[in-house]
Design a protein around this ligand. Sequence first.
Ligand code: GLN
Length: 257
Amino acid sequence: MKSVVQPEVVERLRAAGCVFAEDEAAVLTEAAPDAATLGELVRRRVEGEPLEQVVGYADFCGVRVRLRPGVFVPRWRSGLLVELAAAHAGARSTVLDLCCGSGALGMAVRHRVPSITLHAADADPAAVTCARDNLGGGVHRSDLFAGLPAHLRGTVDVLLANVPYVATRHLPFLPAEARLHEPRTALDGGEDGLDLFRAVVAAAPAWLAPGGLLLSEVTEAQVPAAIDAVRAAGLRAAVHSDDDLDATVVTGASPRR
Ligand code: GLN
């Protein structure tokens, strides 16, 4: 809707605790084709749904990612994964976005290196549908590697694995937006948060191409255990962090043959 933002919308958002009420009101107003829809979008937002799920998109790392209700909202901090993945990807690289959610990471990497061959996978059917909205083909419904086409074995140059990594006991402390509107399977990483990470790392050598790179976001506290897992899998470990983004990424490089 091109009309100006109504003060009443800003007020409703502010009363509901939205800190950036003016900005959000502008985004919601822009997204609504008519006044009735605007009322509905504002109601959903006021009831606590993430803004990105309400308007159906997130702006992430230079791309506009389509989102659906119940799909993980890409985090700004994951820009570090995108940067590192794009730096490692060559023009002919095969990139796999595992646990892809909306497909935001793969989409952002392909935006930077358009000629890559991109595959994405997620176990959650809602995420798969959303990733297909964003990526078109190459999206697989797969519990980690289990449902991937066998021909990808040994061919993955860049393995983006933004797996769920919140320790189960920390889940209650996540913001309500995440707890109530994102699937638990996109967040819960088990006792120390590294269950899925360990599973991915253990299987990664079979899927990586020679010289391929696995990249995963972790918390600072998880770094030592994550490095141990990477080394145990026979990959060369490294850690990258970005204080502005509050992001930590562990990588595992496959030997060049
Ligand atoms: N709450 C975490 C974050 O915002 C969730 C990340 C995850 O498990 N992938 O980064």
